[in-house]
Design a protein around this ligand. Structure first.
Ligand code: ADP
Length: 486
């Protein structure tokens, strides 16, 4: 299909999905939301912070590469490394000390909703979904303020053993403290000097300090858990994210096994109320391989229907489920990486016994679907095209306030680079007799063991923001799929 036809397909899919979205009764979304405190750091800020600590200690820490932020020196070392390499990084911190130090010595420029579940909840409400039931185990009064003010966005509360659905601003626990992640953005060309070391930042990027205080648990009060099946009248699907917060060991002697078990129980309870419910898990980077593997093998496998992830996350997932070589090929700079990506998505579908694996990359999406999925391939294709328009809108506007805003994304052209990259995959699939060139060009492929939808996507050259686009893509495609299933 020529590029102009893909443009047309995007426009048609948008109108179609816009019409079918109101059929979705609602979505349950859990677990992670936090407040993102964003600071665009300057050369002056860095020089000031470095003066506050011991220079030798920074040099030692830059060499030893701290994997956790305990002190201001750890923070500065990881910031210097990220700036020196121009690479994005996310480092956990387990106390609130560094937050307080940053508040005293740096102060943020702006704050906004963060965390996959929080971002997705707001997105869905803005798209006009009738009911979004968001659940945050650590909902504080500060956090509640970052949720959309819509009455369609609610949080479960148990009062006198009765399940109530209230807006987060009426549902928070006053005893909870806010969870704040710091996002330190830096720009290409900034000059950094510490001691006799000096460098220039090669690329715009960001360092995220992810706050994981000990009270953060992926959990649910027993009474709420018992009443989950009652949500059946209100939801057709659930989007679950934040499992990366699970730790191997806790101070009270519990281990990740306990929390993995509870996470699975929540899914089972949701299914109890509605056997047609579809469960989507949004994956993310998880450096701890024990946890990464447990999430995939024990939560996702057999319990979940749909998995959303980017290319690096496909490699990370393959790596812990026994496909190391394929994982390396996925992140290889070689042009065959796209073939490995497709093969990797197929492995994930089969190994994890999923119904759907949606991989998003810059310029194209690949969605591998099980043969027994009730929705036809055209429906899946429309859902992906809708998500591509949604991503383009998010990148152009920075935020989406209503479904009508999404029309803005239609003005963004489909990426020629993505389209050309897909040709490599097309040739491979045709050579292997997996499909004909016509089928590939149409984007819908049926094989004896699985189906596939592959589309080139719209890319904004100069995005106003990039955070959360992946979440918008996965949630948008999943809810559009539910709408098409109605
Ligand atoms: P995040 O977690 O910050 O959302 P991800 O890696 O999960 O990051 O998702 C990023 C996705 O967003 C990419 O895979 C790509 O599909 C999409 N994307 C990134 N930049 C743009 C852009 N400028 N225009 C359109 N889509 C974009």
């Amino acid at each position: 299909m020529e590029l102009e036809l893909w443009e047309k397909a995007h426009a048609e899919a948008f109108l179609n999905i816009k019409e079918s979205l109101p059929k979705v009764r609602g979505m349950f979304v859990a677990y992670n939301s936090n407040i993102d405190a964003i600071k665009h750091i300057t050369e002056g800020d860095i020089a000031k912070l470095i003066k506050l600590v011991d220079l030798n200690e920074i040099q030692q820490k830059v060499a030893s590469y701290p994997r956790e932020i305990q002190t201001p020196v750890d923070f500065l070392a990881r910031l210097i490394i990220a700036m020196r390499d121009g690479k994005a990084a996310e480092v956990p911190t387990y106390t609130s000390d560094i937050h307080e130090w940053l508040m005293d010595n740096l102060v943020f420029d702006k704050a906004r909703m963060g965390g996959q579940a929080g971002i997705i909840s707001n997105h869905l409400v803005h798209l006009g979904i009738r009911k979004v039931i968001t659940y945050v185990p650590w909902l504080s009064s500060e956090q509640a303020e970052y949720f959309s003010k819509s009455k369609n966005l609610v949080h479960p509360v148990i009062k006198d053993d009765v399940l109530l659905l209230k807006h987060p601003t009426e549902a928070y626990n006053p005893k909870f403290k806010p969870r704040v992640n710091w996002i330190i953005e830096f720009s290409k060309g900034m000059k950094v000097k510490y001691g006799c070391e000096q460098f220039e930042v090669p690329r715009d990027n960001r360092l995220i300090i992810s706050s994981r205080p000990p009270w953060i648990r992926i959990d649910m009060p027993r009474k709420l858990y018992d009443q989950l099946p009652k949500l059946q009248e209100d939801v057709d699907g659930a989007i679950l994210a934040g499992y990366q917060m699970i730790r191997e060991n806790y101070e009270d002697g519990t281990t990740y096994h306990e929390y993995i078990g509870r996470a699975v129980n929540v899914i089972e309870r949701l299914k109890e109320g509605n056997s047609d419910i579809r469960i989507h898990v949004e994956f993310t980077s998880i450096s701890n391989k024990v946890i990464r593997k447990a999430i995939l093998k024990d939560i996702v496998c057999r319990h979940v229907h749909s998995l959303g992830l980017d290319t690096v996350e496909v490699a990370n997932a393959l790596n812990v489920i026994g496909f190391e070589e394929l994982a390396y090929s996925v992140i290889d700079k070689d042009e065959k990486a796209i073939v490995a990506l497709y093969e990797g998505a197929v492995r994930l579908l089969h190994e994890l016994k999923l119904e759907r694996v949606h991989v998003h990359s810059l310029g194209f999406y690949i969605c591998v679907i099980s043969k027994d999925h009730p929705l036809g391939l055209e429906g899946h294709k429309k859902a992906l095209l809708f998500a591509s328009t949604l991503a383009a809108t998010q990148a152009s506007l920075g935020d989406i306030h209503s479904i009508d805003d999404v029309a803005k994304g239609l003005e963004v052209p489909v990426s020629r680079k993505g389209y050309e990259e897909l040709e490599i995959l097309g040739k491979y699939l045709v050579r292997r007799d997996i499909c004909s060139m016509e089928e590939f060009e149409d984007g819908c492929i049926s094989t004896p063991t699985h189906d596939v939808v592959i589309i080139p996507t719209k890319i904004v050259d100069d995005p106003v923001a990039t955070v959360g686009i992946g979440d918008a893509i996965s949630a948008g495609a999943f809810v559009a799929m539910l709408a098409e299933m109605k």
